[in-house]
Design a protein around this ligand. Structure first.
Ligand SMILES: CN1CCN(Cc2ccc(Cn3ccc4ccc(-c5n[nH]c(N)c5C#N)cc43)cc2)CC1
Length: 240
């Protein structure tokens, strides 16, 4: 997979070259390009924004600069263009799984009040464009959202995670939150690891973990329970 990011703050994307993602890049599993939007300005002030038509607070990012940048970065290769925005469709694990099958992702990081809408409209004629939001809170720009989305997608790529099964057994992959996890020591500050996890009884362990996941999901995310398909819960689950 090739990932390109266009931003006025390239340094914000430096974490993508650290740790797990950095190793994926070094291993050739992912190619990453980070591009400074101001490289496509032609004025001495390198202006990327202007006042909004119709009035209102703040500034809007200019379509001309974005058009030159995205033409250059996209080139002729097909790619999914992703534009983070507070007004976007929710970015979910299903989105990450779908995008993990893409050959190329290009992220356009806006700032100020966002990017002139005509940029999205113009590129919608060339290929898939997704306006997405990572959550119901307001950020200052798209860069942090791109860090989140790139990590969620790249970890799903074959060879990236040391233990690929964990990507399938993620929270949300079976529709439930994962339950509590424990490691050594067996007792810590008077708190003990649940006996069942040390019993060696794999059926009992699986049941216990499922029960804790159901309990946690019901307490913290009842909306996920409501969204489960009818056959997702078996009789033992319903006892919960
Ligand atoms: C009066 N107006 C004032 C503006 N607000 C809307 C608004 C518009 C832009 C910005 C700042 N910004 C610029 C580019 C950009 C990309 C993503 C995100 C973002 N925020 N939260 C997420 N989950 C995000 C994601 N993903 C924010 C961004 C903040 C707030 C409406 C009312």
């Amino acid at each position: 997979m090739r990932i390109d990011v266009v931003t006025i703050f390239p340094g914000y994307l430096a974490p993508l070259r650290e740790a797990l993602l950095g190793r994926a890049i070094e291993a050739g599993l992912v190619e990453l390009g980070v591009h400074d939007l101001r490289d496509w300005t032609h004025d001495v002030h390198q202006a990327v924004d202007d006042s909004p038509y119709g009035g209102g607070p703040g500034m809007v990012m200019r379509p001309q600069v974005w058009g030159e940048a995205l033409d250059a970065v996209l080139g002729e290769e097909p790619a999914r263009l992703v534009v983070p925005t507070p007004a976007g469709r929710p970015f979910t694990q299903a989105t990450a799984q779908a995008w993990a099958a893409e050959e190329r992702l290009v992220f356009a990081c806006g700032r100020y009040e966002g990017i002139d809408q005509r940029v999205v409209d113009a590129y919608a004629d060339r290929g898939p464009v997704d306006e997405v939001s990572i959550g119901d809170y307001v950020l200052v720009g798209g860069e942090v959202a791109v860090l989140v989305m790139v990590e969620a997608v790249v970890r799903l790529l074959p060879g990236v995670l040391g233990n690929p099964v964990s990507a399938q057994e993620d929270s949300f992959s079976d529709g439930l939150l994962e339950g509590p996890a424990y490691t050594r020591p067996v007792s810590w500050r008077g708190l003990d690891v649940p006996d069942v996890l040390r019993s060696g009884n794999h059926a009992a362990i699986a049941r216990w973990r499922r029960d804790r996941a159901l309990e946690r999901t019901a307490a913290r995310r009842p909306d996920l329970l409501d969204a489960l398909p009818p056959d997702a819960l078996d009789r033992a689950d319903r006892a919960f």
